[in-house]
Write a protein that binds this ligand. Structure first.
Ligand code: ITT
Ligand code: NA
Length: 184
């Protein structure tokens, strides 16, 4: 089976490929712009994009909308994560958190799959924002996110290690489990 992943982010594709490869599913990146609405939840953003794209794409496809939610900042950047990453960047987040003792944060990932109707799969990982960036792997906010129970950041892990515990890895697992049940 081949699955189109609609995203501009090669880091996401790498993770999905690594996850699906052993299962015999080939994931490929399809770059198509779609509107990302301003909404309160990742689910709303993902579903709007999915239904918009469904009118342009033949056959099944999926997308992923993710966010970093920082407790001490009231869940910011959350649904604004992509914009904040492009503007403030990692350095800006560290500056906002300068001197804050509560470093708790989590990532959420919403995968939306279209096969004639919408299916949603989600994953979450809890952890902490570090005080300085560490590691060169991964992408986005990975160098400043240390998952709970680990002494290293996502950027210091291999893709396989990150996939076992990450928000996206968990959403991919739910997606893959569902595919196994439903493609028989
Ligand atoms: P799309 O084209 O798939 O939308 P994007 O990078 O814009 O790609 P999002 O809209 O989901 O992705 O924005 C989420 C932001 O959070 C973005 O800046 C990512 O770099 C970052 N992010 C998402 N998943 C991440 C992860 O696993 N590790 C670190 N940062 C992540
Ligand atoms: Na995006």
């Amino acid at each position: 089976m081949r699955l189109a992943f609609i995203t501009s982010n090669p880091g996401k594709v790498e993770e999905a490929k690594k996850y699906f490869e052993p299962l015999g599913v080939e994931v490929y990146q399809l770059r198509m712009e779609y509107p990302e609405i301003q909404a309160d939840s990742l689910e709303e953003v993902a579903l709007f994009g999915l239904e918009w794209l469904a009118r342009k794409i033949d056959g099944p496809f999926f997308l992923d909308d993710s966010g970093l939610f920082i407790d001490a900042l009231g869940g910011f950047p959350g649904v604004y994560s992509a914009y904040v990453y492009r503007t403030l960047g990692i350095g800006g987040i560290l500056k906002l958190m300068d001197g804050l003792e509560d470093r708790n944060a989590h990532f959420r990932s919403v995968i939306a799959y279209w096969d004639g109707e919408a299916h949603i799969f989600t994953g979450r990982v809890d952890g902490e924002i570090t005080t300085s960036p560490r590691g060169s792997g991964g992408f986005g906010f990975d160098p400043i996110f240390r998952p709970r129970g680990f002494n290293i950041t996502f950027a210091e892990m291999t893709t396989e290690q990150k996939n076992v515990i990450s928000h996206r890895g968990r959403a991919l697992k739910a997606f893959a489990d569902w595919l196994k049940e439903n493609l028989k």
